[in-house]
Design a protein around this ligand. Sequence first.
Ligand SMILES: [Zn+2]
Length: 259
Amino acid sequence: MNFLYWLFSFIFGLAIGSFLNCLIWRLHIKKSILGRSVCPDCGHQIAWYDNIPLLSFIFLKGRCRYCHQKISWQYPMVELATGLLFVFSFLILDSSLHILDSIFYLSLFRYWIISAVLIFTFVYDFKYLEIEDIVLLPSAGIIFVLDLLLGYSAIKILLAVFIAVLFFLLQYWITKGKGVGLGDYRIGIFMGMALGNWSQLAVAIFISYIVGTLVSLILLIGKKKGMKSMIPLGPFLAIGTFTALFYGRQIINWYLQSI
Ligand SMILES: [Zn+2]
C-alpha cells in the first residue's frame, strides 16, 4: 500500500522539478511562466511527449529533437532531486506520524514546499549568483502559516528569523559585502521559517559553512577558482537547511550527549 504513496510522491516531485526548471529559466529571462515551453537554443515549441520529466531526456539522449543542441544536465538532475526529496519527506514522516492524520498531510505539504524552494535557490544562486525574492518571500509566508497550523511557537520561529537575518547582515557589514551578498539574509528569513527554532538554525548554518569551506578549499587547491572569485553561498545554505530539517534533532542530541 505504501508503495503507491511513494510512487505518487516521486511522480509528483518529478513534475514539480520540471516546473522548477521552467521557473528558473523564465525568471532569469524575465518571461511569463504561462505559455508553452520552447527550446532555449532554437526556440522550437516542445511537444508534450518531449517534455516528460526524466524520460524525455533519456529518450532524446540529452539533445533537442529539432536543433540537436545538448539539453543541460540541470533538467534531469533537478527533476530527479525533487522526486527523491518528495519521497524522502514522505518516508521521514511515515516513520513518526500516522498516515491518516491531518498533521501528516500538512507536514508533508510543508516539507515539499521547503524542498522545492531550496532546490530552486540552490540552482538559481549557483547559476546566476542571484536570489529571487518573488519565490523566497511568499513561500516563507506560506511556511509560516503552516507552522502556526501545526502548532509551532510563533515566538520561537520569529526569534530564529531574527537571528538568521542578524547573522547575515552582520557578516555583510563586517566583510563589507565580500563574504556574503545582501541576498543571503533573505535566504535567512526562509531558513528561520522552515527550521522554526534557533538551535536547528544554528545546525543549518554550521553545516553550510563547513561544507562551503571544504568545497572552496577543494576549488582553490584545484585552481578552479581564485581567492577573489565569487562562490555563491545559497547552495551551501540549501544543503545545511536540508540536513537540519531532516536530521537537526538527531544532530543536536548527538552533540549534547558527546559534551
Ligand atoms: Zn532546439
